[in-house]
Design a protein around this ligand. Sequence first.
Ligand code: DAH
Length: 341
Amino acid sequence: MSELSLEQLQQELASAVLDTPEAVEAFRRRWIGRKSVVAALMQRIREIPPEQRRAYGQQVNALKAAAEAKFREAVETLKAQELEAKQAAIDVTLDGVPLEPGAYHPLSVVMQQVVSIFRELGFETVEGPEIVDDWHNFTALNTPEDHPAREMQDTFYVHRHPDWLLRTHTSAVQVYEMERRRPPLRIISPGRVYRNETISARAHCIFHQVEGLYIDTVVTFADLKQTLYTFVQRFFGTGTGVRFRPSYFPFTEPSAEMDIACLICHGKGCSVCKHTGWVEILGCGMVDPQVLLNCNIDPAAYQGFAFGMGIERLAMLKYGIDDIRLFFENDHRFLSQFIGQ
Ligand code: DAH
């Protein structure tokens, strides 16, 4: 090889055809690295008379650069050709890879079920804001100044705005709707609520409720009971037992809580119902006349009932879910169980 002149080598380099992986590999061995012709030419610089060394060095360097450029270009071209060949080899007649269908979030599933049951009963769906003032969340709902729910440790207040807060219940929507419209009113209001709770398997600082409100000239507690009884039969299944217990809410008088017979043990007693056979699912009552007054509705002419329930609780009971945090983690293994619901 060393007998070849620089010119001959330049010609050889220029005419090398690098159209196969083998040709590229042979080219690499001849032109690049410690054992290449270029390396040998570099070695010979010591034999060159000093006055010609500079020119010689420049020529060898140019040869080296040309060889490297040609090699790099050939590698790129080969890679591109390989990719093209691979793509051309795709068999478009093969069956497609099946795509898993998407699923509604279980809370959306339950929300839609609840809303559609009440729609059939004549309730219209409305939504209210999540940031509300003290009036809509507390004062108009007859909640006194010293009520514990108003404490910072229970309610998230908007920074530096003591009158504004994240609604702690969807009952705030009742007030907006009664102020905005005249009775008769028959509304259902699903949405997100916020409470300053420590997160655990049972409680979360964000959860969802559905509020119901019915105002008309003649509305009785019997209407309330029948409406909620019908809801339970349709949501949990015909024959599900219910009971009403007297309770207290500032915005209803009288007030009650409704329980359903435990779906897990059917009333025998288990850990879900704390061995009572019953599980509480909602609060309800006849709208307090003071609340109607607060919203400019004449309590002598109108009366009504209201109720509020937690969506997570309904979902946990219906689907046997034992940890509320699962709803907020977006774990695919959990969510994919609701495909088709
Ligand atoms: N707002 C109550 C809560 O968050 C639930 C509730 C109870 C709503 C009684 C009502 C009602 O409309 O009448 O615990």
